[in-house]
Design a protein around this ligand. Sequence first.
Ligand code: ATP
Length: 300
Amino acid sequence: MSAVVELQNVTKDYGSGRGVFDVSMQVEKGEVFGFLGPNGAGKTVTMRNLMGFVKPGSGTASINGMDCFRDRAKIQRDLGYLPGEIAIMDEMTGHAFLEFMASMKGMRDRSRMRSLIERFELDPSRKIRKMSKGTKQKVGLVCAFMAQPAIVLLDEPTSGLDPLMQNRFVDLVLEEKERGATIMLSSHLFEEIEKTCDRVAFIRAGRIAAIERMDDVRTSRKRVFSITFASEAECGRYRAAHPKTHAIGSVVEVETTGVMDGFVKDLAGYDVVDMATREQTLEELFLHLYGAEVGGENHE
Ligand SMILES: Nc1ncnc2c1ncn2[C@@H]1O[C@H](COP(=O)(O)OP(=O)(O)OP(=O)(O)O)[C@@H](O)[C@H]1O
């Protein structure tokens, strides 16, 4: 495998600790690479460096061996890109915008555009200005993928999409991966990254905290169960046997990893009225993996 997207010690310092600092990573050909971090962590700034919209203060960003800033026109022509904030020619209708972009990209065949419009149940006939956030996001997604680019950069791609459309997005990414596309996507939601990515970079406070294979993160990730017992007394009995758990009233939170068998069999000995499960939050995952708090900040 060879790197098609590469950042080497990229720093873009906006002062007062804002920006990105010494960011290095490589996305291999055919890989889906996730970029995960809380609000204000530096995901958009990194993407904008890759798109050549900003010039790094130091370090280099390159795509296919070309410098992202110097060769931006050439790179942008062949790249699929979804910006974090879609503030595009909003007096145009969705359809006119997509047609405009298709001709800019030199696209002759509109069949992929049409099938993406159908997949996302997009009505492109209205002016972009009058569209909801989710509908604008769909226009952006169609635009990013319609030319079947070899490299796609997506900044928070599912923001504003409902769960059905989020699933369609996941299917699309997996399909494009199958086709051989290299995809980098940013998110503040682990679930979205987990479903699509081969590797993930964690970014916080403008710095890369770690880059991991998704399989490794998945196996070490804990699941949290909230168990409601029939009474506080029953809850107390459970807690006496499991002193490290937390309880609120008759609800206990239990963290689990790996095979569930022992946990389920043990629980069968208690009077349980309800059980809900959730994955670790991004903060809990960070704490669990690195034993440090997420240093994310939101200056907006
Ligand atoms: N043009 C700019 N001038 C000054 N500061 C900036 C500029 N662009 C970004 N920043 C700052 O850089 C930091 C990183 O911002 P960035 O938009 O990359 O975060 P993000 O990870 O994309 O967050 P979100 O999830 O909220 O979109 C923030 O503190 C932001 O305020």
